[in-house]
Design a protein around this ligand. Structure first.
Ligand code: GDP
Ligand code: MG
Length: 725
């Protein structure tokens, strides 16, 4: 028999940190299908019979948000054997609100007061024994981050699970308690004794989900209603507010008895935040931080690793060695080309970016772990809210910087359907890890590896999200005020190596796995299509490349679509289309094709075989035009994401029409933006094309109109407000 233990607590109280520390490398991550927000399950390292569940962070057990619904129905329906209620010790009072509700579930509960390292550093004191006596359950000091007290809390939870329960919920005022027991008698006869308290309280709060679940008769509901009404009359407040008030009175009392705060001096975190979240400095600092991340990961060290991987490791060592080896053992010429150019060229081009990717992921994980990314969400929330968008949408975007799929899934935490849909539609505008090789390739091929290209790609993504928000908010399906969004800013702390390495590796490994599977397969297909020609009967095109390959014919057939955007070469067209399957394949296609291109061409173009790959890509596929390259980059950044992300969009939308709309929207948006960039760019550099410029100006005008047109909704809202007043 295994024991089930659930981790419950406010957002940012340290649940996931504790979860990872207790389950360690043995954790498996399960995504539950359906409407749930992700919850994780894992076995405890030291005791494999214990299954720990990391529930989404919540402030209460009311079903207001998706997280609350998920966490609550887990507790109610699955009834874990024990609960670890994790509390942020620096914010005892706010966290205890949830605790008072958890104790009503009558599930054996132990309390972990987390962040004790910070509490101690601040010189605050928490009287653990008094707190334990007040709440009637075991309380243990923990620092999940430093691994202190973590084993003790696990042991406590395990023995609580097997022992008789000892915790007792708070008692409300006498008349309320009387009403609760009457409700219990009316509606809950026959129910498990332990469950009654929770249900009675929820019925008292007129919780619709619980009322529906119990399917009570009209008469019973009416007599419950009269009980509630008489209490409401006595207290002059609605029943939920009455209970909330009593809970807070109780909490204030408990906190006064058990917690001694030192005088409130400015902490280091406060001091840093004064600068980092400063009204005027915040955005420039964010831009600089992102620039620095890209400067390291793509510009300097990263650039060197890509150069080494592509030119030296693959270009000079592996490919020639593989070719020579295969030729020596007498392989047919086509097989040598398939393996050396097609597979090693294509997969190698993608693998070449792995070190760079790892550096990028490492830096992002650092920013996340030390607490800076939470500030970014906070800063962007300010910006978003000014524009009438929901700040909560920014969290999926931050997560999407690694991979759009979890980013899109993170949108589940947004309560309002329309905001959630909008976030699902726009999350993949942010350059994910797999898009970075495209950025890096274009930067290397045409911009001398400048880190500003990546930085601008990132902010083009954010810009696209904001512009889309402004446009969509004024259309019928998306109108409405954004929901308020409260966010906790964790204290800054030194990053913990294991956390960062784990995240980095998880993200990097999925990148490598794709290189070995999808990209490998795609590379073979590309090679086959580029080695066969229909002209004069189906045949293999040898070195002289007489006749156009099938790939070239297909590419040429669709290239006209992209000519107005400035990248009309058939190679760029093929790369773009394949990018819809896997984004890395954009780079893979260029890798295979440049490796199959005439080697003499490289020498002719750059005079040396060194860094020939990038040079061929820049000169042959984009005509050496930076504008074409940038337009290509932006299009690939904003257009429909890869298959995996489209799948995630479909799952989250749970509706074919919405999915189709989302994907078409992204493609049209990308096309419009690239068109403007290229055509207006050409115009300003004196190479404008009349028709192209006209279309670009029309597109621009449409955009401006869509953004600034008066918002009918705001007006009608104002009218309502007036009427109400
Ligand atoms: P969750 O939202 O409850 O899952 O919280 P997380 O586990 O993601 O933690 C939120 C933040 O608090 C992260 O930045 C953690 O590194 C940090 N954190 C967690 N536990 C501790 C702790 O014991 N001490 C300190 N100083 N920070 C912690
Ligand atoms: Mg978490």
């Amino acid at each position: 028999m295994s024991i089930k233990i659930a981790l419950v607590g406010n957002p940012n109280s340290g649940k996931t940190t504790l979860f990872n520390s207790l389950t360690g490398a043995n954790q498996y991550v399960g995504n539950w299908p359906g409407v749930t927000v992700e919850k994780k399950e894992g076995k405890i390292k030291k005791n494999k019979d214990v299954i720990l569940t990391d529930l989404p962070g919540i402030y209460s057990l009311s079903p207001y948000s998706m997280e609350e619904v998920v966490a609550r129905s887990y507790l109610v329906d699955e009834r874990p054997d024990a609960i670890i209620n994790i509390i942020d010790g620096t914010n005892l009072e706010r966290n205890l609100y949830l605790t008072t509700q958890i104790l009503e579930m009558n599930i054996p509960t132990v309390i972990a007061i987390n962040m004790m390292d910070i509490v101690e550093k601040r010189g605050d004191k928490i009287d653990i024994e008094a707190l334990s006596a007040e709440l009637g359950c075991e309380v243990i000091e923990v620092s999940a981050l430093r691994g202190k007290g973590t084993d003790a809390i696990a042991d406590a939870a395990i023995s609580a699970a097997s022992g008789a329960k000892t915790s007792h919920p708070l008692s409300f005022s006498r008349d309320i308690e009387v009403a609760l027991s009457k409700i219990s008698a009316i509606a809950l006869a026959g129910m498990d004794e332990a469950k009654k308290r929770f249900y009675a309280v929820k019925l008292f709060e007129r919780d619709e989900k619980i009322i529906a679940q119990l399917s009570l008769s009209k008469e019973k509901l009416a007599s419950i209603e009269s009980l509630i009404a008489s209490i409401e009359k006595n207290y002059g407040d609605d029943s939920v507010a009455v209970l909330t008030n009593e809970r807070y009175e109780y909490i204030t009392d408990v906190a006064k008895k058990t917690c001694k705060k030192k005088s409130v001096a400015l902490t280091v975190t406060d001091k840093i935040d004064r600068i980092v979240t400063n009204r005027f400095l915040a955005l420039p600092i964010f831009v600089f931080v992102m620039w620095f991340v890209y400067f390291i990961s793509i510009g300097s060290i990263g650039d060197w690793t890509v150069g080494f991987m592509n030119d030296t490791l693959f270009g000079e060592w592996i490919v020639p060695a593989v070719s020579a080896g295969l030729e020596n053992i007498g392989c047919a010429e086509w097989l040598v080309s398939l393996i050396a150019d097609g597979i090693v060229g294509g997969v190698g081009a993608v693998l070449g970016f792995v070190p760079q990717m790892l550096i990028l992921f490492l830096l992002l994980a650092l920013l996340e772990d030390c607490g800076y990314m939470s500030r970014v969400a906070f800063i962007m929330d300010r910006v978003f809210r000014k524009l009438g968008l929901s700040g909560k949408s920014f969290i999926p975007l931050l997560i999407g910087t690694g991979c759009s799929v979890p980013g899109i899934m993170a949108s589940r935490t947004i309560e309002q359907e329309r905001d959630r849909r909008m976030t699902v539609m726009t999350t993949s505008f942010i350059p994910c890890g797999a898009k970075m090789p495209i950025v890096s390739m274009i930067a290397g091929a045409l911009f001398g590896g400048s880190a500003w290209i990546a930085t601008s790609a990132y902010f083009v993504g954010i810009g696209a999200v904001i512009v889309s928000g402004l446009i969509l908010k004024k259309t019928k399906p998306f109108e409405g005020k954004p929901a308020p969004f409260v966010m906790e800013l964790p204290s800054y702390h030194l990053p913990v190596a294991t956390n960062i390495l784990r995240t980095t590796w998880e993200r990097g490994w999925s990148f490598i796995k794709r290189a070995g599977t999808v990209i490998l397969a795609a590379s073979v297909i590309i090679w086959v299509l580029n080695s066969l020609s229909f002209e004069g009967g189906l045949h293999y095109i040898t070195e002289d490349r007489a006749g156009a390959s099938i790939l070239e014919i297909i590419g040429t057939g669709i290239a006209f679509l992209f000519r107005p955007l400035g990248f009309g070469s058939w190679q760029a067209a093929v790369a773009t289309v394949l990018g819809l399957v896997v984004k890395e394949e954009v780079v893979g296609v260029f890798g295979s094709l440049s490796s199959m291109a005439d080697a003499d061409l490289a020498l002719e173009l750059v005079g040396s075989a060194d860094s020939a790959g990038f040079a061929i890509i820049g000169l042959e596929f984009f005509g050496g035009s930076r504008l074409s390259g940038f337009s290509f980059l932006v299009f690939n950044l904003l257009c429909a994401p890869c298959f995996a992300a489209m799948g995630a969009i479909r799952r989250e939308m749970n509706n074919a029409k919405w999915t189709a709309f989302a994907i078409s929207y992204m493609c049209v948006f990308a096309y419009a933006v690239s068109l403007m960039i290229y055509q207006l760019g050409m115009l300003f550099t004196g190479n404008g094309n009349v028709v192209g410029s006209i279309f670009a100006f029309i597109t621009l005008a449409v955009f401006v109109f869509m953004i600034v047109r008066p918002d009918k909704l705001v007006k009608s809202n104002k009218k309502d407000a007036l009427l109400d007043a």
